[in-house]
Design a protein around this ligand. Sequence first.
Ligand SMILES: O=C(O)C(=O)C[C@]1(C(=O)O)C=C[C@@H](O)C=C1
Length: 345
Amino acid sequence: MTQGVPEELRIKRKELDKVDRELLSLIAKRMKIVKDITEIKRKYGIPVFDKAREEQVLKTREIWGLEEGIDWRFVEEVFKLILQQSRSQQLYAKSKLYIGIYGYGGMARTLAEVFSRAGHKVVITGRNLEKAKELAQSLKVEWGEPKEVASKVEWLILAVPPDALIDVVRELAPLMRSGSLLSDISSVKSGIVDKILKELPEYVEYISLHPLFGPDIDPIGETIVMIPLKSYDYWVRELSQALVSMGFEVVTASPDEHDKAMAVTQVLHHFALLTLKRSMDELAKELDVNYEGYVTYSFKKTLDTIKRLESLFDVVKEIQQRNPYAKNARRKFIENAEQLNEEFA
Ligand SMILES: O=C(O)C(=O)C[C@]1(C(=O)O)C=C[C@@H](O)C=C1
């Protein structure tokens, strides 16, 4: 391959090799400092994720980049990646929890991975033990029979679709340890949490969770909504601290507050983007045009989001169907589209 490469290009490539090596050494040096920061944060119980500091980091680096003649957007992208890596390197567990995860889908994997990386003891279970075992082995954590797991963990997280949820609660909740905690992670809370509450024995606590991220992204720095339904202060404090020290932002809400907020940020957002996609496809066909080469920087991001939504279509549909405020949200969207259409006429 080197044959035919002009000598001066070869020399320049060598120079690049050297600089890139130095770049990596500097990144490793930064990571070592981050490790020290983790220890300090663990000592004082300071959250991993510090939004204000990250904003300051991005702003200063963008300015320094400009001083060096480097485009700020590039600097922003690079430092966003560095910060993401930095956060995910920092996870710590102040007190170690024994956590059971029922399920082997994408969210089960993401949560199990983060919890075990932070130092918690994780055990995977589910109806299909082979699948549970497969996931557990790939993450190097334990697996076990549902009943056995339910009876030994301190915190059992059910990462199963809403239709399967109640049966699992009915089967496993009575076997849980006194004072232990149960959580579901469903995207809509109305019509689900009440049913779960009815099934719970008196000695089991219940905090419903909604991780506001999909299974396919690095979750550190993202938000988890915490909905305490049946718990003493102990678990609310313990859980909130555990999540914060793993780098999550925690928002506490009631089930109704959660569903209302999600009607705005999730239902409307998904509906608008899927409507956009269908309209794009129809219009492109009608106009007989291939628009793929004409995609702007920000539209590329929109298309990526649409692709993600399409790959999670079942979940998207379920949210649209189950959120009690979804119908109104969709109507608002249609009304506003019509109104805007008149304004633009
Ligand atoms: O300064 C901190 O608190 C850090 O943990 C370091 C760091 C960084 O890598 O710069 C990482 C995560 C925080 O969200 C903010 C900044």
